[in-house]
Design a protein around this ligand. Structure first.
Ligand SMILES: Nc1ncnc2c1ncn2[C@@H]1O[C@H](COP(=O)(O)OP(=O)(O)OP(=O)(O)O)[C@@H](O)[C@H]1O
Length: 658
């Protein structure tokens, strides 16, 4: 893949990506965590690269979010989605969903989202997801009991490349081979020329060994599974809990993993355990066996009256020796019994098999001595035999397990990926369920929201009043203080962003056009100085100059300067925007004045107060179409006129009449 053709990817990033195995798959699947494995690439940068790859695929150069407030709302929505994901993989992956104007990109995510919202966020699956992490490469494996051997430079280089875990030695002849066979428990010769060379030890001539690394280093695949065991197990649990179709037989995978120890060793092999324990306990058991024999013999001697012939006594006295012949004559049976007890003890304690027992029996001499002493040479031979058998067994066990696991490597990777993807789906599903979302419909014009609940309001969900609002063309939105005007703009903005990300929206029903740009200007704090005012006017003049299919949301632009001038400027901007293909909502307390200053008919919607309750205004949060809402001061004067009945209030009230 040409990484540099991804928007935003230069030569340096492209070469970093080239170092990542499976970068193309990761780009295709939006696997941000995997891309962040490239040298010098942060998670945030990886998400931008993944978005760039998606844009390239859809030929999408759209840039929907055009203002700080629009970007801020996008970030808040993303956080709400991310809070509902368990794995950091899913949190990053959600960042690849961006608001777009590209129909094919939106459609692609919609297909994903439609699947996602069908997912039941099962608590058991969520719990299991906590243990799932993207798979790591195998830890560095170094094998020291085997080596590869060649006498050819080319094979040497190929061997180092194909099997870096093993030492590769160069030898010329049988003598060199024999030397290596003494140092390593297995020597694998890679050249045909070694065929028929007779040396002691385990020397295998296998010219095809490099083609079958699993056979030569089963540790490679075992180490991969050991490093990822917990994550794979958690992914198995996720599949079971969420009733997902697995890519392999989960029981076979479970079984194979249960035979693998945390350091890549084979577990639950009784024969291997027997041999390991025998090697570990050999010295101690030999000593105990010796004591068994000596205790036995001592007791026998203590219990016996021995008649010593004069010649024996003489020989004992003269040479200080000869006790052995005395023993053999007088206590031969007891000695045999004592040595037999020692042999039995050794064989039993180490659970030796018949071949090993035969060696073990020779560890105690037939010739009577007291005290009984073991033969160190024989014990040494027994140790060698046990160690060799243990290594053979361990290698065989590793090969068998590695064979079973090699076939499961791809399915296990797919299993983990599917579990992580499920987390992405569950985050979307939870968001959709908690905010009662639906999939929006795309239409030709405007935005129509029925029963919209802004996810950005701080209020608990149950007290949020559903809002209906429909806009097409250019509209002013009037209303009482704290009636919910800003919240309505936020709702429209959030709905448009989610819809154009391809995601479900928090409303009973939404129809909207696919906007090309979203401009949301938040309320300015206080009057602007001359420079800032000039900048703002220019910005709006540019906006009015053109562009197809934009959505413009503006909150109380009047605060930029004094009310009289503001009304004139807003009226002019609205007139100009009305002549373009723009959908716009301008929230303003000066709707009446703006309308008066405009040369054309301007639509005005209003958030109405429906009454006063305990001194608080009760409002209908859904703007009423073509209705200039009365302002809070007007409502208060009206209340005073009603309650006080004084002429002055009637006079004030008259001033509010159009
Ligand atoms: N749909 C709603 N459901 C419940 N509470 C709402 C809703 N909309 C707004 N509110 C509440 O009303 C408060 C004021 O809303 P908002 O700031 O949108 O009003 P406003 O009309 O823009 O006010 P102002 O004229 O002072 O700028 C919000 O902080 C929220 O507590």
């Amino acid at each position: 893949m040409e990484f540099e053709s991804i928007p935003g990817v230069g030569a340096k990033t492209a070469s970093a990506l080239a170092e990542v195995e499976g970068a193309e798959r990761a780009l295709r699947e939006g696997d941000v965590a995997h891309l962040a494995g490239a040298p010098g690439i942060s998670q945030g940068r990886a998400a931008r690269i993944a978005r760039g790859a998606i844009r390239r695929e859809h030929d999408d150069s759209s840039r929907l979010l055009r203002t700080d407030r629009a970007r801020e709302i996008h970030r808040e929505l993303l956080s709400l989605l991310q809070e509902r994901a368990i794995t950091s993989y899913a949190k990053r992956r959600l960042e690849t969903f961006y608001p777009s104007a590209s129909p094919s990109r939106i459609e692609e995510v919609r297909e994903f989202a439609e699947r996602a919202i069908e997912r039941e966020p099962d608590p058991e699956a969520r719990e299991a997801l906590a243990g799932v992490e993207p798979l790591e490469a195998a830890r560095d494996v170094r094998v020291r009991d085997r080596c590869l051997v060649t006498n050819d430079a080319e094979t040497l280089a190929a061997a180092r490349e194909a099997i870096p875990e093993l030492p590769v030695e160069v030898v010329e002849d049988a003598r060199g081979l024999a030397e290596l066979a003494r140092g390593y428990s297995t020597v694998i010769a890679l050249d045909e020329t070694f065929t028929g060379v007779e040396v002691d030890g385990d020397v295998q001539v296998r010219p095809d060994a490099l083609a079958d690394p699993v056979e030569v280093v089963p540790e490679r695949v075992l180490s991969f599974f050991a490093a990822n065991r917990e994550s794979i197990r958690a992914a198995v649990a996720v599949h079971r809990a969420a009733d997902m179709e697995p890519p392999c037989d989960l029981r076979a995978l479970d079984d194979a993993l249960s035979r693998l120890g945390p350091d890549g060793e084979v577990r639950d092999d009784e024969e291997l355990e027997r041999l390991s324990t025998a090697v570990d306990d050999l010295d101690a058991s030999v000593h105990t066996a010796e004591s068994v024999a000596n205790d036995h013999l001592r007791t026998a001697i203590e219990e016996r009256d021995v008649t010593i012939e004069g010649t024996d006594l003489l020989s004992l006295a003269e040479r200080g020796a000869g006790i052995d012949s005395l023993l053999s004559r007088e206590l031969a049976d007891e000695y045999d019994a004592a040595v037999e007890a020692a042999r039995e003890h050794l064989i039993d304690a180490l659970a030796l098999d018949s071949g090993e027992s035969e060696i073990a029996r020779n560890a105690f001499p037939e010739e009577p001595t007291f005290p009984v002493e073991h033969d160190e040479d024989v014990v040494g031979r027994l140790r060698e035999e046990l160690v060799a058998a243990k290594e053979r067994r361990a290698t065989r066990g590793k090969r068998e397990l590695a064979d079973a696991l090699t076939e499961l490597r791809e399915p296990a990777a797919a299993l983990v990926r599917a579990a992580l993807e499920l987390d992405v789906e569950l985050a979307v599903s939870r968001f959709a369920r908690e905010f009662d979302c639906t999939m929006p419909e795309f239409v030709e014009d405007g935005v129509t929201i029925e029963g919209g609940r802004s996810p950005l309001l701080a209020e608990p969900l149950e007290v949020i009043e559903p809002v209906d609002y429909s806009v097409s063309g250019v509209t002013l939105l009037s209303g009482v203080n704290s009636g919910g005007k800003t919240s309505t703009l936020d709702l429209v903005c959030a709905v448009v962003i989610l819809a154009q990300m391809g995601l479900p929206v928090p409303a009973d029903r939404v129809r909207l056009r696919r906007f090309s740009e979203l401009h949301y200007h938040a309320k300015t704090q206080g009057t602007l100085d001359a420079g800032a005012f000039e900048g703002t006017v220019k910005e709006f003049a540019d906006l009015a100059a053109g562009g197809e299919g934009r959505l413009v949301l503006v909150d109380e632009l009047e605060s930029i300067t004094e009310p009289g001038a503001s009304a004139k400027i807003i009226a002019g901007i609205l007139e100009a925007l009305g002549e373009t293909d723009t959908t716009a909502v301008f929230v303003s307390h000066l709707a009446r004045e703006i309308r008066a200053a405009a040369d054309c008919e301007l639509a005005v919607d209003g958030i109405e107060a429906v009454g006063l309750e305990d001194g608080e205004l009760v409002v209908n949060r859904s703007p009423v179409k073509d209705h200039l809402a009365r302002s809070t001061p007007e409502l208060i004067v009206e209340k005073l006129a009603r309650e006080e009945g004084t002429a002055i209030y009637d006079r004030l009230l008259e001033k509010f009449e159009p």
